[in-house]
Design a protein around this ligand. Structure first.
Ligand code: ZN
Length: 138
């Protein structure tokens, strides 16, 4: 059994952003030299997500509208959490979109369906934040 660990760092220009990190995860799998196993990819912050979906700009706008409907950023005063912070909406959005993904690695590649892509979902950005990539296999 082999092991691999790497942190990917992100700093978005906007409070909310979706970044396709599939290529970066593929680079980790290549570096790991693991051909058969699993890769875990998780946000290391409680106001960001890692999830799998389609890389389609219309859908990304739909995610933004969907999440703003469920947990609108403003007014900040609507949330109990926003006493010393203003990011209650980001915590809620992260919970909806999820913390991590686990993907199969087959023959050294992500064993994905045709449209699956891995995204980092930032909901309280403009600062450096991390994603953990952990791979096990052989
Ligand atoms: Zn907070």
């Amino acid at each position: 059994m082999n092991y691999y660990r790497k942190e990917l760092w992100f700093e978005t220009k906007h409070r909310r952003d979706l970044i396709n990190i599939t290529r970066k995860v593929e680079e980790c799998i290549f570096e790991s030299k693991i051909k058969e196993g699993f890769v875990l990819v998780n946000a290391m912050h409680i106001t960001a997500s890692v999830f799998i979906n389609d890389d389609e700009s219309g859908l990304h706008k739909d995610f933004e509208r969907f999440l703003e409907r469920l947990a609108p950023e403003k007014p900040y005063s609507q949330y109990y959490h926003n006493t010393f912070e203003d990011n209650a909406d980001a915590h809620l959005k992260r919970t909806i979109m999820g913390r991590e993904v686990v993907c199969a690695i087959t023959n050294g590649k992500l064993d994905f369906g045709p449209w699956e892509q891995i995204f980092y979902g930032e909901f309280d950005g403009k600062r450096r934040k991390r994603v953990l990539v952990k791979i096990i296999g052989e």
